[in-house]
Design a protein around this ligand. Structure first.
Ligand code: WT7
Length: 645
């Protein structure tokens, strides 16, 4: 007898996306299941603009993935930017492509498709003049300015591979990524702006590039603050882009050629550079954006994520632009200058589709209903969420307070690895239940496995796998295919393992329960426990460290660090250790709770029993289970005592 919400009439009426009714959903689901290769080949030809349309669908399988990476549409030739820009010029040239809202409310810039096309051409010409060509890697380390999207598209225009690094990452993290992908050029800006504060992007870039092979740094002047320019390496964007030609012949690439690399955290200390392709990824971003949100010609689409994450790639840049939509780029935070900011923007820009994260919803709900009700939200039709499980209370607040019950809430489950949505309501089609990501999209074949690795048929809870390739799937880890195969296909041969747990109910609805591996999700930011641990043990102070998540009211998960010190605890230990994490990872990597313990709970073979540390962090020390295999069971009492203090 679970709480279910039917699709509101105003959401169902006038549906325009690829899947408009329950019947169409069932029909396309079966088509994509029975002939995935043929189904997506036909979609690829229909939804994208090709120089040479593909004749091949899928090549390869999960069973042969170690020897031969998956390929989709391999004989197709295209340039991604022609789907995102050129093809819209005739019909939508004067339509706003990027609607930018700066850090201060009402600081707005609008770029039409014609203007964006011209700007991307200029930037592509400038990049080409800097020697950037097919296959070269370019790091983009910028804030939320339109030029960040222009930079991504300009890379794609010349056939280069971009890797956007979130502006919150530290110089160490940026340097690791520059080295890992062998970037020759970095595009940055003098400073970013967020919530009234400045982010020293250029200074961090200088630190990261020091001694590296970076040939050129292109710097967009945003705030105008003085920054150091390195002679012979650094170039102002404003000196080379505006004066470049506003036409550029896009460089044709193969469908399987990489479009970008995006780093994400896993269970080791070293982030993985996931590789997404030009054809398959673009199709998935385009088709899921149109399908889930039921994109319509007059939509104002606002995904308030950061382009440094996959959400920004797929649903600020590639998905909306390939669909010819108006996409909003937001530089600020939901609380600047106050908790009404999102709804102020909804009112001023008449936003129709709004997409944010559960952590933002919870933070705003804590401010009550007044900051929401102050503004007119009647333009809204679809409300999306992404990044972590949404608790039913937050879901209801979004649905009732923000949407006044008139909108469909789409809780979209997916990952950096999947390129786009996987399990999600389709706005005009799917009845929703608070907290459930509902049903798989066509082409997505989930499978749940129990703790004995047996398939769960019907209702049940287990580890979530996907049993057939889809076009948007990341093809490899940059420079380390072996790691890709091990991470995603090593647990259950023949299946893609997501790292998440999930429950399927009696209606076939999925309820994602969260990560079952060593990944922590803090406010939608994915971090590896191992990244924290290697940062912590890099200091002289710490002998051993173990980091686990615990439930957090606003952030979803918080970070708890257990440390074994080499000596006495100095004053200001927590600040010192947080400084270490900030330097090694970034400003978003913060320890919420610290416990100094005499020793880690290890088995006789030396394996740390994380289960114990997690239970204690969750406040469930009464449910530790069997601890008899510990080398020294007495540490448990000390751990409980330290965690409680
Ligand atoms: C992990 C992927 C997807 C883009 C942003 C995050 C969690 C994501 C949901 C959701 C429950 C979710 C999963 C997933 N996650 N969306 N709707 N419900 N959990 O991408 O950084 O690659 O993180 O985020 O645990 O594995 P990411």
């Amino acid at each position: 007898m679970s709480e279910t919400y039917e699709v509101p009439e105003q959401v169902r009426r006038g549906a325009a996306g690829p899947v408009r009714t329950r019947e169409e959903y069932l029909d396309t689901y079966h088509q994509a299941q029975n002939d995935p290769s043929g189904y997506w080949l036909q979609c690829a030809k229909h939804h994208l603009s090709w120089r040479t349309p593909p004749t091949l669908g899928l090549q390869g399988s999960y069973h042969t993935i170690a020897e031969a990476p998956l390929r989709w549409f391999a004989d197709g030739r295209l340039n991604v930017t022609e789907s995102c820009l050129d093809r819209h010029l005739a019909t939508r040239g004067d339509k706003v492509a990027i609607l930018w809202e700066g850090d201060e409310p009402g600081n707005v810039r609008k770029l039409t498709y014609r203007e964006l096309h011209a700007e991307v051409c200029r930037a592509a010409n400038a990049l080409a003049a800097l020697g950037v060509g097919v296959g070269d890697r370019v790091i983009i380390y910028m804030g939320m300015v339109p030029e960040a999207a222009v930079a991504m598209l300009a890379c794609a225009r010349v056939g280069a591979v971009h890797s956007v690094v979130f502006g919150g990452f530290s110089a160490d993290s940026l340097r690791d990524r520059i080295i890992d992908c062998g970037a020759s050029v970095v595009i940055t800006q003098d400073e970013g702006r967020r919530g009234g504060r400045s982010i020293p992007l250029k200074a961090t870039t200088d630190e990261a590039c020091d001694g590296q092979s970076v040939r050129a740094v292109l710097v967009y002047r945003h705030t105008g603050t003085p920054v150091q320019m390195v002679e012979g390496r650094d170039v102002w964007w404003q000196d080379v882009v505006p004066s470049a030609a506003a036409t550029h012949t896009a460089v044709e690439v193969g469908a399987e050629d990489p479009l970008f690399i995006l780093y994400t955290s896993g269970s080791t200390g070293k982030p993985k550079g996931l590789v997404h392709t030009s054809g398959g990824y673009l199709l998935w971003a385009t088709w899921t954006c149109a399908t889930t949100f039921d994109l319509r010609e007059d939509d104002v689409f606002a995904c308030v994520a950061d382009i440094g994450w996959i959400t920004g790639h797929s649903y600020i840049v590639y998905g909306p632009l390939a669909n010819g939509a108006t996409t909003l780029m937001f530089e600020s935070t939901p609380l600047h200058p106050d908790a009404g900011r999102y709804w102020d923007m909804v009112q001023r820009h008449r936003i129709t589709v709004f997409y944010t994260a559960p952590t933002a919803i919870r933070a705003l709900a804590a401010h009550g209903t007044e900051p929401v009700q102050r503004y007119d939200r009647s333009s809204l039709r679809v409300l999306g969420t992404v990044g972590e499980p949404i608790n039913p209370d937050a879901w209801r607040w979004y649905h009732q307070v923000v949407g006044e019950g008139r909108c469909n809430v789409v809780d979209t489950w997916w990952q950096t690895e999947t390129g786009g949505h996987m399990i999600t309501p389709i706005a005009p089609v799917t009845a929703t239940k608070p907290g459930s990501a509902t049903l798989p999209l066509p082409g997505v074949l989930p499978k749940l496995l129990d703790d004995k690795d047996r398939e769960i048929v019907g209702p049940g809870e287990g580890r979530l796998c996907i049993r057939h390739p889809w076009p948007g799937q990341a093809r490899t880890v940059w420079g380390d295919h072996e790691r890709y195969v091990q991470t995603y296909f090593g647990t259950f041969p023949g299946l893609y393992f997501t790292g998440d747990g999930a429950r399927r109910d009696e209606h076939g609805y999925f309820w994602i329960t969260g990560r079952v591996d060593d990944v922590i999700n803090v406010a939608g930011h994915r971090m590896g426990t191992a990244e924290f641990e290697s940062a912590l043990v890099s200091t002289e102070l710490v002998a051993e460290a173990a980091v686990v998540p615990f439930p957090h009211d606003v952030k979803g998960q918080g970070v708890m660090a257990y440390v074994v010190l080499r000596g006495e605890a100095p004053a200001g230990l927590a600040d010192q250790l947080n400084g270490v994490c900030r330097t090694a990872i970034g400003a978003h990597a913060r320890i919420d709770r610290l416990a100094v313990i005499p020793g880690l709970p290890k088995t006789r073979s030396g394996k740390v029993m994380r289960r114990i540390l997690r239970k204690v962090a969750e406040g469930r020390s009464d449910q530790l289970g069997d601890v008899s295999t510990l080398a020294d069971p007495s540490v448990v009492q000390a751990i409980i005592a330290a965690a409680g203090s």
